[in-house]
Design a protein around this ligand. Structure first.
Ligand SMILES: [Zn+2]
Length: 179
């Protein structure tokens, strides 16, 4: 009853399982980094093959260089820096790759902005809500332009009728003069 069907649900489940398995292997006493990397590697492969974009929150916890899961205190170091802007650096302890994130107040990364996400329209109303306003603006503009065109047409019609009347009166006058 009204269940939303998720496309490629089995693949999503598999990706979720691989991510959780990678985290558990890293968290376990053995601290098997190789197995963790293998899980993340297969996760990325499956996602790429099925054209599934990983969520930014998941992507940020994966090292770009060595495919290690970045867990603070286990496989990564987080440090706060203040150079030009307030930043936080995440260093992969396996390969030393450093990720930089701006931490300034009020800063929103592009990927977190609602405009950069696909909008789902349900029953004529967008789920995000931000597109609705834009559409309203557009419709307002369209109605304005429509009204403008209508008034223009009306004035043109008026001029045409006036011209016709002028021609008629001239014709009548000439006919009267002729007789
Ligand atoms: Zn790394």
């Amino acid at each position: 009853m009204g269940n939303l069907k998720i496309p490629q649900e089995d693949i999503h489940k598999r990706l979720s399982f691989l991510y959780q398995a990678a985290y558990q292997t890293l968290k376990s006493k053995n601290n098997n980094a190789g197995l963790c990397r293998y899980y993340i590697n297969t996760l990325k492969l499956i996602a790429r093959k099925n054209c599934i974009a990983l969520h930014p929150n998941i992507k940020r916890t994966i090292c770009k260089r060595c495919n290690m899961l970045l867990v603070p205190g286990l496989s990564s170091l987080i440090r706060l820096k203040h150079k030009r802007q307030k930043m936080s650096t995440i260093t992969c302890t396996e390969c030393g790759t450093v990720k930089l994130y701006v931490n300034a107040q009020g800063h929103i990364p592009n990927i977190d902005k609602p405009e950069s996400w696909l909008d789902v329209v349900k029953d004529g109303v967008s789920v995000m809500g931000n597109r609705k306003g834009n559409n309203q603006g557009k419709t307002k503009q369209q109605t304005k332009s429509k009204q403008d065109s209508e008034t223009k047409q009306q004035t043109e019609n008026k001029q045409e009728t006036q011209d016709k009347q002028h021609a008629l009166t001239e014709y009548v006058a000439s006919a009267l003069q002729g007789t």
